[in-house]
Design a protein around this ligand. Structure first.
Ligand code: ARG
Length: 589
């Protein structure tokens, strides 16, 4: 959207250089820190064309722009040409389209392209622990951002629904003579299964016959035995209903739930193909791909595809699953939102896909992320409070649902105090949006490869870089609109204040921000763009506290009508930006 503002200046520069403005447009960048400009044109590339040193060209172009009388001031800063636009020129270029069509945050960058996004993908019969927030909400946000950028997206939950744990569970279940009714009556079915698993493991440790029984059930399950499959399905359904409860709280859904079990009979052909192409070797009975030999020094160790006892492995499953996804969706890009701890796994099977000559081998991306640290306020006797790895708090593993519920409860108390008039039913909804939003935004605001620190008090602050801060800025704009009622359509040219210009620019930059966030698979880029917008909105709205003439709802009807254009545009962009990150935007709080 910034194009409308920069077009006349780029036109003048291009005419002077005898080039195409379209070639200059992609060069535009935010100005370097410390420069009070709106946008910068780095002159390295145009200088090459002109056969001049970049600083000389920047100085020359500054003269051209300033002489052209386009409502822009240019200054050369070394090799950069810094541009500042007059508020009136900014309003004319940016506010007019916002007044006409305030539709927010869409880009055509991905039009006609398809993406698969594998995210959350938890292991069943276990809880969603707090750390699952990362893959779940990074993936959810990427899915929404890709969609907004024009991609057609398939959201995949690659459930970890296979493995020896099920043999043990079934063995314990039959030995204890448990029934479906007992499972369904449990307040939390996953806890019920977890406890069963612990009892079964302990019993098997004491009695080798039970260990043997578990192994027999595992084998039966693999061979398709009806009773084993039935119980496996029961356990899977129980886990899924608990998962879906948490996904419901987070507002997350999936298009495909094909888990690891689905690929059980699809790995043989992949292994056979690898063997036929001479890519596998046998190492102590196990089937491996000797990546150091086949791909060189980037690899230190071979990839393991099949154990000596015949069990197939994770990498083999992922290869088969990617073939399947490509057959189903013909993806242009396929993302795996999985913690950085699994980097080697992805490097390995991506390399094997290349060796196999897969057409999709260059289209897969591991979108890695760091770990979660939780603030531990009661670490126990003689220990200082501090950040606990392994997402434990006060010695206990935190479940994702528990963290969300506590955040909602705390948000409820804060809102009760800040806005006592809010009716109970509405406050419950708002508390949910704010509590969940606080947890989610805390996770997305920094670059994903960083570790995340989570402390309830910090995440729930209404000032600073938080979800509630953004939601509050949005609610404030909604409240102004409610007070204004139905106003006449204003004249965008009246938005001539510097603080209004900053709001306009923050809005106008968001489309490019979205594109950059998608290209880098980095929701934090959008999160930071929204913080900038909310900051500009807050400066603008606070100006009215000191200066009556700066108020949105002031005495001058024409000014008010113009300012309401900006209120509406900022409100719509904040709401949509929050939605793309996975946060709701309540209208009051
Ligand atoms: N279930 C795995 C885990 O919990 C994550 C799966 C990630 N997706 C994949 N296609 N490998 O560690």
């Amino acid at each position: 959207m910034l194009d409308q503002l920069t077009a006349p200046v780029l036109g003048a520069i291009a005419a002077h250089l005898g080039t195409d403005p379209a070639a200059l447009r992609p060069l535009l960048a935010p100005p370097a820190k410390g420069f009070a400009a709106d946008i910068a044109l780095p002159c390295f590339q145009p200088a090459k064309g002109a056969g001049k040193p970049p600083p000389a060209l920047a100085a020359e172009l500054a003269g051209v722009v300033n002489a052209a009388g386009l409502g822009a001031t240019a200054t050369a800063a070394g090799p950069f040409l810094n541009l500042s636009f007059a508020p009136a020129a900014t309003a004319a270029a940016l506010a007019t389209p916002l007044a006409a069509a305030p539709a927010a945050l869409r880009s055509g960058a991905g039009a006609g392209r398809r993406a698969c996004i594998d995210f959350s993908s938890p292991n069943i019969a276990k809880h969603l622990a707090f750390h699952h927030i990362r893959s779940t909400m990074l993936g959810n946000s990427l899915a929404r951002m890709y969609t907004a950028a024009g991609w057609s997206v398939t959201r995949i939950n690659f459930l970890g629904d296979w493995g020896t744990a099920f043999g043990r569970l079934i063995s314990g279940w039959t030995r204890e003579g448990l029934t479906l009714d007992q499972l369904q009556a449990a307040p939390d079915q996953v806890t019920f299964l977890n406890e069963l698993y612990v009892r079964a493991s302990q019993a098997a440790k004491a009695d080798p016959a039970l260990e043997e029984d578990a192994r027999r059930w595992s084998k039966k399950l693999e061979d398709g035995d009806a009773e084993a499959r039935h119980l496996w399905q029961v356990f899977k359904d129980a886990s899924l209903s608990e998962f879906k409860r948490v996904y419901g709280l987070l507002g997350v859904d999936f298009d495909s739930w094909k888990g690891e079990a689905y690929y059980e009979d699809k790995m043989g052909p992949v292994l056979a193909e690898l063997e036929a192409k001479g890519l596998t070797s046998i190492d102590q009975g196990a089937t491996i791909v000797d990546l150091p030999k086949l791909c060189g020094k980037a690899f230190k160790i071979p990839a393991l595809l099949k154990r000596a006892d015949g069990g197939t492995l994770y990498a083999t499953r992922d290869l088969a699953a990617s073939d399947d996804r490509f057959a189903d969706f013909a993806f242009d890009r396929s993302l795996y939102v999985v913690d950085l701890g699994q980097s080697l796994h992805f490097q390995q099977w991506f390399a094997i896909a290349k060796l196999l000559g897969r057409p999709w081998a260059e289209r897969v991306r591991h979108v890695g992320f760091g770990i979660v640290l939780m603030w531990n306020d009661e670490p126990g006797e003689g220990l200082e409070p501090g950040w606990a790895k392994g997402r434990t708090r006060n010695g206990k593993i935190m479940l994702l649902r528990e963290v969300l519920e506590e955040a909602i409860e705390r948000a409820d108390a804060i809102i009760r105090e800040k806005n006592p008039e809010l009716p109970d039913a509405e406050r419950a909804k708002v508390a949910r949006a704010v509590g969940v939003g606080a947890v989610v935004f805390n996770d997305l605001k920094n670059g994903r490869t960083n570790d995340v620190k989570f402390k309830f008090e910090d995440a729930l602050r209404f000032d600073g870089e938080t979800g509630p801060y953004l939601q509050y800025a949005h609610a404030r704009l909604c409240s102004i609109e409610r007070k204004a009622g139905a106003a006449a359509v204003g004249d965008p040219a009246l938005l001539a204040r510097e603080d209004e210009k900053q709001v306009l620019l923050a809005i106008a930059r968001l489309t490019a921000v979205l594109d950059r966030a998608v290209e880098a698979d980095e929701p934090s880029i959008l999160a930071q763009g929204l913080l900038t917008l909310a900051g500009a909105v807050s400066v603008w709205l606070s100006a009215g506290n000191k200066d009556h003439g700066a108020r949105v709802l002031g005495d001058d009807a024409a000014l008010t009508a113009a300012r309401l254009i900006l209120v509406r545009a900022a409100r719509i962009h904040l709401a949509e930006g929050l939605r793309l990150l996975g946060l709701d935007a309540p209208e009051r709080m």
